[in-house]
Design a binder for this molecule. Structure first.
Ligand code: SAH
Length: 231
């Protein structure tokens, strides 16, 4: 088994790079990919850069060029659901693109012909996350994570995303990674730790908490990789 581990920003994969052995850096399509061993299993680790386009490119590269069999995403997100506080973990059940809009033609938000509003994540990986959370005795939420090419820092836009997609959290890469993995029929998992609440204070909170929240997410993800290695 070869596992793709992906983030969007350097902070999101830094805690993972520290733990790898036999690291080999490969440059492909203007990005860096780290082929390595983690507890004797093959992993490929990369950050895509921010947004749906770069994350699509990286996810497709991980699967098609590096031939990974499963993809795990770790990173930070803005909270939509009030129950989610900074540092909390959320596992995506399904993901829509909140900024995809051809509603003028009578379609729902997030829909294009031959696509679907939501893409669902792999159930077995979600079950594994629950097991890890139980063992760590921590609370981990599951919910809808909405993706768009916008940093959301407004109550109004956040409200739209909550009302339209019933999202619990939002970010800028998950749904595009989901589309790639779904199309290529590769199981995938999207984990985020909250860095802000997508409101007026979002940019300040993000700056303050990006590193600590990214670490919480990365550490949890590596516990899942430990378990996957034993399967
Ligand atoms: N600080 C960066 C920009 C960060 S963009 C810079 O100046 O270079 C925000 C990143 O964190 C994205 O990768 C996104 O997935 C996630 N994110 C966290 N909070 C978010 C929010 N409120 N809205 C959108 N994305 C958010």
């Amino acid at each position: 088994m070869k596992i793709a581990i992906m983030g969007a920003m350097p902070e999101e994969i830094a805690p993972i790079l520290e733990r790898l052995d036999d690291v080999q850096e490969v440059n492909y399509a203007k990005n860096k990919y780290y082929k390595a061993k983690y507890n004797n299993i093959d992993v490929v680790v990369a950050y895509s850069k921010i947004g749906k386009v770069f994350s699509t490119l990286t996810a497709a590269t991980m699967l098609q060029i590096f031939a990974c069999d499963v993809l795990l995403f770790t990173g930070v997100a803005g909270a939509v659901n009030d129950e989610l506080k900074i540092g909390d973990l959320i596992v995506a059940t399904k993901l829509p693109q909140h900024d995809l809009d051809i509603t003028i033609f009578g379609h729902p938000y997030g829909y294009v012909p031959e696509g679907s509003v939501f893409v669902e994540t792999d159930q077995d990986l979600r079950a594994l996350a629950k097991l890890v959370a139980k063992e760590m005795d921590i609370d981990i939420k599951e919910g809808i994570i909405a993706t768009g090419d916008q940093f959301i820092a407004s109550q109004e836009r956040k409200g739209f995303i909550a009302d339209t997609f019933h999202a619990d959290a939002l970010e800028m890469e998950g749904a595009s990674v989901a589309v790639v993995c779904d199309a290529l029929d590769v199981p995938f998992f999207i984990l985020r730790s909250i860095s802000d609440s997508a409101d007026m204070d979002a940019s300040f909170n993000f700056e303050e908490f990006v590193e600590s929240s990214a670490k919480i997410s990365a550490e949890f993800l590596m516990k899942m990789v430990d378990k996957l290695a034993k399967v």
